[in-house]
Design a protein around this ligand. Structure first.
Ligand code: NI
Length: 167
């Protein structure tokens, strides 16, 4: 296992559209396991392959406090969504920035698990937010792009300033 480096907004590679996984082989299992390690180490509650510059439809999620409920979704697709919730979101690709985003309250998601079995699950609350946030990444979208242009400009300026300080 190894830690992967995470792209930071507004890196243009975060805008790439991830391709569906055609075969769940050792390279995909290795990718999912490295992504999980990277997410736990960060620490974060979700990570999409796009964020580690691999443009395949793989996401890992763990919203549990005990950090032992790893959920890996390959080729995830939202079949249905219901209701509205607004919650404060953050992202490992946008360090230090948190803002309110409107999401569906519950989603029904279809995906392949690491054994290549098709699964369908309905989730709500934080898990639903996380699924929508990570699927956005696979489509080249970062959560701050749900915010106003003014806020996005402020965030870019703040991140550029942080990068200068830490460089
Ligand atoms: Ni994110």
């Amino acid at each position: 296992m190894s830690l992967l480096s995470i792209l930071h907004f507004p890196d243009p590679r975060l805008k790439k559209i991830a391709a569906p996984v055609t075969a769940i082989d050792d390279s995909i299992r290795r990718l999912a396991s490295d992504m999980a390690e990277t997410m736990y180490e960060a620490p974060g509650i979700g990570l999409a392959a796009t964020q580690v510059d691999v443009h395949k439809q793989v996401i890992v999620i763990d919203v549990s406090e005990t950090r032992d409920q790893l959920w890996t979704l390959i080729n995830p697709e939202i079949l249905e969504s219901e209701g509205v919730q607004v919650g404060e979101e953050g992202c490992l690709s946008v360090p230090g920035i948190y803002d309110k985003v409107e999401r569906a309250a519950s989603v029904r998601v279809r995906y392949l698990d690491l054994d290549g079995q098709e699964q369908t699950q309905t989730v709500d609350g934080l898990l639903a937010v996380c699924v929508q946030h990570e699927i956005d990444h696979l489509r080249g979208r970062v959560f701050v792009e749900h915010l106003s242009q003014l806020k996005q400009t402020r965030i870019k300026n703040r991140l550029a300033k942080q990068a200068r300080i830490t460089a």
